[in-house]
Write a protein that binds this ligand. Structure first.
Ligand SMILES: NC(=O)c1ccc[n+]([C@@H]2O[C@H](COP(=O)([O-])OP(=O)(O)OC[C@H]3O[C@@H](n4cnc5c(N)ncnc54)[C@H](O)[C@@H]3O)[C@@H](O)[C@H]2O)c1
Length: 260
């Protein structure tokens, strides 16, 4: 990469988002790290790791379910780092419940964090790309649950199917401006999210803690749990020069669970 580039990664205080932020920094990007205020310490720690790689990083406290917060995160990243080229709409939450028990509040919560945020991120990023005359890259967090509905992850699966739909629509609407829009669909990644899923599944099916995770990992062809770095490699591709002709795609990165 010859010129300085800037990427904003949401939910980058930990887990997959942290892995993506570090990988894009290694690729030469300066990084905006957006996460909720309660994650400030972790976000600042990621910023310090990026500084140690010789790149600049800023933590921007953001609730991605708030449109004005997302707009402010894009503004702050662009003004403090001096550009804006990529947004990774990564932040998301899981919810483990049989469909018959899902409440109105559950739906509002999961959709506002997993779906509304992606639309807000696209809108704010495109405004900034256009203002700066940049052909930007938008990368969204889908999931294997965006390809196949998973029992007791009903609201979550619905939200990730929505991300896939938004990715396809945005790719077509934004192609005339030269922006690309893609998504990554991880499988079973060992993060805080799976700690929660395993604990909730334990309450539902009584399997010992850790067993639900283990059972799911046993179904992976490559025979091991996924790491944030496995996901980050695909995001690096989608954000980089080699993906210039890729748009509207959801790239499955699951070690061999689903096949398309
Ligand atoms: N872990 C998996 O197995 C898996 C699989 C498929 C897809 N994903 C997706 O990958 C993304 C990252 O997941 P993860 O496993 O790293 O989860 P995680 O829980 O470890 O990290 C999520 C991060 O997002 C942040 N976040 C949550 N709500 C937010 C909000 N309203 N505003 C700003 N930040 C918020 C959290 O504070 C946290 O730092 C999510 O979209 C998730 O759905 C994860």
């Amino acid at each position: 990469m010859t010129t300085k580039k800037v990427a904003l990664v949401t939910g980058a205080g930990q887990g997959i988002g942290r892995g993506i932020a570090l990988k894009l920094a290694q690729d030469g990007f300066d990084i905006g790290i957006a996460d909720i205020p309660a994650q400030e310490q972790k976000g600042e720690a990621v910023a310090a790791e990026i500084a140690a790689l010789g790149r600049s990083a800023v933590f921007v406290p953001t609730d991605v379910s708030s449109r004005s917060d997302v707009e402010a995160a894009v503004e702050q990243t662009a003004s403090r780092l001096g550009g804006f080229d990529v947004i990774v709409n990564n932040a998301g939450i899981a919810q483990v419940k049989p469909l018959l028990e899902v409440t109105e509040h559950d739906l509002e919560t999961v959709f506002s964090v997993n779906v509304n945020s992606v639309i807000f991120g696209i809108q704010a990023a495109v405004r900034k790309f256009d203002e700066l005359g940049v052909k930007g890259r938008i990368v969204n967090a889908a999931s294997i649950a965006a390809i196949r509905g998973f029992p007791i992850l009903g609201a979550y699966s619905a939200s990730k199917f929505a991300v896939r739909g938004i990715t396809q629509v945005a790719a077509q609407e934004l192609a005339p401006k030269g922006h690309t829009v893609n998504a990554y669909a991880p499988g079973i990644v060992g993060t805080g999210m799976w700690d929660l899923i395993d604990a909730e599944m334990h309450k539902i099916n009584g399997k010992p803690l850790g067993k639900n995770l283990q059972d799911n990992v046993e179904g992976i062809a490559l025979g091991r749990i996924e790491t944030p770095e496995d996901v980050a490699g695909v995001v690096s591709f989608l954000a980089g020069d080699n993906a210039v002709y890729v748009t509207g795609q959801v790239i499955i990165v699951d070690g061999g669970m689903l096949y398309n």
